[in-house]
Design a binder for this molecule. Structure first.
Ligand SMILES: [Zn+2]
Length: 137
């Protein structure tokens, strides 16, 4: 399946990490949401995000490599790549972006956002017609 996905990431402690080309970034303890897309296998991409100790290619790889940062849920839907930035723009109107994170190749402010509560993501998922990966797989 090809599609777009949103990772819900829990950061268990305040951490300061090196994010490749972005340099050092501070992540306050809490929940984050990251928007991506996979035009070949969504299944493989999500598996990859959940694996530690891999070669770092995307900004998100640096965050998820930290032992304090873990994927706790994945939302997804079958869609064209253009949907990825649409979702990122919608999120940037509502929650705080980690500026320039994951958006080197597009004009979005960011593809990573800090979220205050999970009910926001529940509402957002139903509005955008996203399904929970863990519930369905
Ligand atoms: Zn974008």
């Amino acid at each position: 399946m090809k599609g777009v996905y949103i990772l819900i990431i829990s950061v268990a402690e305040d951490i300061r990490i090196n994010v490749g080309s972005l340099g050092e970034v501070f992540f306050e303890k809490g929940s984050y949401t990251y928007v991506g897309s996979a035009q070949k296998s969504l299944e493989k991409r999500i598996e990859r995000h959940r694996r530690k100790a891999k070669r770092k290619f995307w900004h998100i790889d640096y965050l998820l490599d930290n032992r304090c940062a873990n994927v706790v849920d994945v939302l997804y839907k079958a869609a064209e790549k253009s949907e990825e930035c649409k979702i990122a723009r919608k999120l940037s109107e509502r929650v705080a972006p980690i500026v320039d994170f994951g958006s080197s190749d597009c004009s979005c402010v960011s593809h990573l956002f800090k979220i205050d509560n999970c009910s926001f993501m529940k509402d957002f998922a139903s509005e955008m017609q996203l399904q929970s990966w863990f519930l369905c797989h």
